[in-house]
Ligand binder design. Structure first.
Ligand SMILES: Nc1ncnc2c1ncn2[C@@H]1O[C@H](COP(=O)(O)OP(=O)(O)OP(=O)(O)O)[C@@H](O)[C@H]1O
Ligand SMILES: [Mg+2]
Length: 279
């Protein structure tokens, strides 16, 4: 279990993380959504013990997070936001090197490397140097690298950024399999459909604060399952949310301009709350 208790972190005059509390139960797939600068990466870096919080506590599997808690580091795998591969080493060598950093035995490293190359569909390119991999292959290798020591808790900071739909789908399957195997996952993403597809729960973060955490379905039902999207006075697209289809149809029948009635998505929830916060 991951417990974040009233944690804050400031950089000069920026409150990057502002009194955040969050619990991620074992085997939960938690999504962390928020615009650029919301504080997502700062929160993950604190959970990894890479930076200290100003206030609050972080506890993982009953142990306090700290810079030098090495036993905890062995339980955690991380896929950072930016590419962390050695570009001059081959795919296989990157995995072996990572295993050596965790002081794993050579035999176990070889076993895990073979398993991960297979699981990530990277066997074909195992001897290719990383600088010659495609973006999707690099992202898959970063996930493999994070899993070399078979951690139970995995933090992923935008794991599928900048890759095509096919590679993203492949990554989604890998993440789904990890979660089915009982791993606890915290993932940040800007792809709201990714969170909706993968996550048991989603936390919405803005300006350093988590202002909602619930299942995607509950978040959607909270604002209304049906959305009427309409063009007001041919100037601006507006959205209105309704609990029932009848109420949505009733509202739409009075609109003089173009409209569509559709299912509400997590994206609507996110922007609806973000707008309310700005107002
Ligand atoms: N080392 C640092 N020094 C100064 N300010 C920082 C530092 N790291 C982060 N910040 C600031 O803290 C805030 C939160 O940044 P953070 O990287 O956590 O956001 P994020 O939610 O991960 O954004 P993105 O979606 O762009 O990755 C931003 O205003 C950022 O400029
Ligand atoms: Mg970030």
């Amino acid at each position: 279990m991951v417990e974040i208790k009233s944690v804050s972190k400031s950089y000069d005059d920026v409150k990057a993380v502002d009194n955040v509390s969050l619990i991620i139960p074992d085997a939960t797939f938690m999504g962390l959504l928020g615009p650029n600068g919301a504080g997502k990466t700062t929160l993950i870096r604190m959970l990894l013990g890479l930076i200290d919080s100003d206030e609050g506590r972080m506890v993982i599997d009953g142990e306090d997070v700290s810079r030098d808690n090495h036993s905890l580091k062995k339980k955690i795998g991380v896929v950072p936001q930016h590419i962390n591969l050695d570009k001059e080493l081959s795919v296989k060598e990157n995995l072996i090197f990572s295993g050596l950093l965790y002081k794993m035995e050579r035999q176990l490293i070889n076993k895990r490397t073979s398993e991960l190359l297979e699981a990530m569909n990277l066997i074909r390119v195992k001897d290719r140097v990383c600088k010659h991999l495609s973006g999707g292959m690099k992202r898959k290798l970063m996930i493999a690298k994070a899993l070399i020591h078979d951690p139970n808790i995995i933090f992923l900071d935008e794991p599928s950024v900048g890759i095509d739909l096919k590679a993203r789908r492949e990554i989604w399957d890998i993440l789904k399999r990890m979660n089915s195997a009982g791993k606890t996952i915290l993932m940040t993403t800007h792809y709201i459909e990714e969170a909706e597809y993968l996550c048991d729960k989603v936390s919405l973060m803005n300006d350093g604060k988590i202002f909602y955490c619930d299942t995607p379905m509950n978040l959607i039902e909270m604002i209304g399952r049906f959305t009427v999207e309409y063009f007001e006075n041919s100037l601006e697209t507006k959205f209105k949310y309704f609990k029932t289809l009848e109420l949505a149809k009733d509202f739409a029948s009075k609109i003089n301009d173009k409209y569509t009635i559709r299912d509400t998505t997590l994206e609507d929830v996110f922007y609806s709350f973000a707008n309310r916060m700005v107002k």
